[in-house]
Write a new protein. Structure first.
Length: 487
């Protein structure tokens, strides 16, 4: 009996073993070269993409009406709580791996593994899913100049018709497959070079937004804003589908996915305790303001009932007869989605580097190239897997996993602030979340509230993904953990 108790105690200790706060990341071998400005643009690059160019119209047409403006504010508020929590933990706990690293210090190894596995899902599936969206816009641009690809090179073999639900597959989604390889080469060359590409692309899509606002503001018809809240704050249609402002907030939450990727750059930030909080908060504030302004102008230009289209911003400009601006906005969409993929891909490789360094996955993923100072092997493996996903697998259902995975990470980060306030009250906090316990609690509540309405199929798939992760952890990670090797 005593031996059983000792074994049980040893097992629990293994699950709960924690890393020291402010764990040194300089021995990873990555190069410190990113400024607060680089990190802010990285956040903007990750956030402004599908959300502003697609979800503004879709959410207005299907859930919120013109009150999608309020939906963006509510979703942004939930993200703001999480962003403040990320900023405090990045400045005080440090370490590589974003929420994974923070969870390792706050909760111990088992929860850290779960959140790391969760982040792999978030960044990997999101990158492949966005590649599919990018491919659609890219092929439309090719068609516009007479060089469009045939259908069998723009659809994977398992694709189905969105209207009939019948099989409608081709050979491969070649543009989606190819763009992953282009981004792979950029990330292999070096993080600073990738940051320069991101900066250029960010300015292209911001220019597209400026053009839209400059033209659209002169075509606003205030009658399109009436009724402003056609579906109330929360209601249902005849089929039971959620409607209203709160339902819209759950939809547009996708628009904010990515700001947390900034925190994966801790090992490559010049002054991480200062630069990471600035990058997170500045990018989120800027993008929230842009979302509010764009959704207001868009629903003022065109009746919300007409905006359930794949590119509502470009559609709105065409609807008011400004086709030249529509073409420029389409260019901005392609640039915007490129930066989203680049930042999410980067974040995925850095999460794996951190987990590998800790011994929870193979040391293969922690190898850093001595010349480029980037994890080349890691980047290639991730790129091959995501290219196959983007080129051959329809990701509509899997894309919902991005939402639940991100919200779960946000909940745990907010809880992490609360835990460390009690367990490490004297920990130096260069950035301290105001009203930390209160705002962290509000972050837990608001993010958890956005998880609940998600389809049961999404919850099931998420549980299955976590189950696979637990098998890997108990067969490999718990035995190979670097903390286990320490005396």
């Amino acid at each position: 009996m005593t031996e059983n108790k000792m074994a049980h105690s040893s097992f629990l200790n293994a699950l709960l073993r924690k890393k020291a706060v402010m764990d040194d990341v300089d021995n990873i071998g990555l190069k410190r070269c990113l400024s607060a400005f680089d990190l802010t643009l990285m956040g903007i690059g990750a956030i402004i993409g599908t959300g502003i160019f697609v979800l503004t119209g879709v959410a207005a047409a299907t859930t919120s009406g013109p009150a999608v403006i309020i939906s963006f504010i509510l979703a942004g508020l939930a993200c703001a709580f999480a962003a403040l929590a990320y900023a405090e933990l990045a400045a005080s706990v440090g370490g590589a791996g974003s929420a994974y690293g923070y969870s390792y210090a706050a909760f111990g190894e088992f929860i850290a593994w779960i959140i790391g596995w969760d982040l792999i899902l978030e960044y990997g599936v999101a990158t492949a899913a966005v590649a599919n969206g990018w491919a659609g816009y890219f092929n439309n641009a090719l068609h516009a100049i007479g060089l469009g690809l045939p259908d069998y090179l723009t659809k994977g073999p398992f694709a189905v018709n969105a209207v009939t639900g019948l099989p409608d597959g081709g050979i491969v989604n070649l543009p989606a497959f190819s763009i992953i390889f282009v981004l792979m080469l950029m990330l292999i060359v070096g993080v600073k070079e990738s940051a320069k590409l991101n900066t250029a692309m960010v300015f292209v899509k911001l220019l597209a937004i400026v053009i839209f606002l400059s033209v659209g503001i002169f075509h606003i018809n205030p009658e399109n804003w009436s009724p402003f809240i056609p579906f109330g704050w929360f209601s249902h249609d005849e089929l039971g589908k959620p409607l209203g402002i709160f339902a819209g907030a759950s939809v547009v939450f996708f628009a904010y996915v990515g700001f947390d990727a900034v925190s994966t750059a801790t090992a490559e930030a010049n002054k991480p305790q200062r630069d990471i909080p600035i990058g997170i908060l500045a990018s989120l504030i800027f993008c929230t303001l842009i979302y509010i302004i764009v959704s207001g102008v868009l629903t003022g230009m065109v009746s919300y009932k007409e905006l359930n289209v794949s590119s509502p911003v470009a559609f709105g400009l065409e609807r008011v007869g400004v086709s030249w601006a529509s073409a420029l906005v389409a260019t901005g969409v392609i640039a915007g989605l490129t930066t989203v993929m680049l930042v999410l891909y980067y974040a995925l490789t850095r999460i794996l580097t951190a987990m590998s360094r800790d011994g929870l996955v193979s040391p293969f993923f922690a190898t850093v190239n001595s010349k480029t100072k980037t994890p080349v092997k890691n980047t290639v493996i991730c790129g091959l897997i995501m290219a196959v996903m983007a080129g051959f697998i329809p990701l509509n259902a899997l894309a919902e996993l991005v939402n639940i995975g991100t919200l779960t990470a946000f909940v745990l980060v907010c809880i992490g602030v609360i835990v460390l306030r009690y367990t490490h009250p004297d920990l130096p906090r260069p950035f301290k979340m105001p009203y930390g316990i209160v705002l962290s609690s509000l972050g837990v509540i608001s993010c958890a509230a956005l998880i609940i309405p998600l389809p049961w199929q999404t919850h099931l798939r998420f549980v299955l993904w976590l189950a696979v992760g637990l098998v890997i952890y108990f067969l490999y990670g718990i035995r190979k953990s670097k903390l286990r090797q320490q005396p």
